[in-house]
Design a protein around this ligand. Structure first.
Ligand SMILES: [Zn+2]
Length: 187
């Protein structure tokens, strides 16, 4: 795999959702990290318009980059809703660059936002696995757990209240029946 090239600030590595692109050197905010490249497809040519894969990068209504080629390591970059990079799309040059929008540290996974259309079509149905969405889900789960615990505690208190007087009444009754001195005399 041409994944690790020493002069490049990134490498392909394991991510939570499969493979991803990771920084191997500090990357300063604003730096062009990698070009997203591949054959340019023309939507006006039926054979090219028919090509379908998940690495198509639409430049505009007419031109699309087919990023499924092996040498396009940028295809390993995963989506994030709170990314550290962005796609710099230049339709007139028919080029796309991935650029850092934050300072990226070695070991960080490089992400960019794939955009609303991709999110709706591919990520929303299965649930986005990006760090930000996972954290949100974790928080929601914790809140739901806390709410369930609260409801449970409330219910238990109610049950205890209901059971309480009855139990004591019973005890009293028992005490009455057993403990009353003239109980036996009346019978
Ligand atoms: Zn997300």
């Amino acid at each position: 795999m041409p994944a690790t090239s020493s002069n490049k600030p990134y490498r392909v590595g394991r991510s939570k959702t499969g493979l991803g692109l990771f920084a191997t050197k500090p990357i300063k905010k604003g730096t062009r990290i990698i070009r997203y490249f591949g054959p340019i497809l023309d939507s006006r040519i039926p054979e090219q318009d028919e090509i379908e894969n998940k690495y198509l990068f639409e430049l505009n209504g007419r031109w699309t980059i087919d990023g499924s080629v092996r040498k396009n390591l940028a295809r390993y970059i995963n989506h994030s809703c709170r990314p550290n990079a962005e796609s710099d799309v230049r339709p007139r040059e028919r080029k796309v660059f991935i650029r850092a929008i934050k300072n990226i540290e070695p070991g960080d996974e490089i992400n960019y936002d794939y955009g609303t259309d991709y999110f709706k079509a591919y990520l929303k149905p299965i649930g986005c696995k990006c760090v930000s969405c996972e954290a949100k889900r974790k928080k929601l789960r914790a809140e739901a757990r806390a709410e369930r615990a609260k409801v449970k505690a409330r219910t238990e208190r109610k049950v205890a209240k209901k059971a309480g007087p009855k139990a004591s009444k019973k005890k009293k009754l028992n005490g009455h029946a057993v403990g009353k001195p003239n109980g036996g005399a009346r019978a």
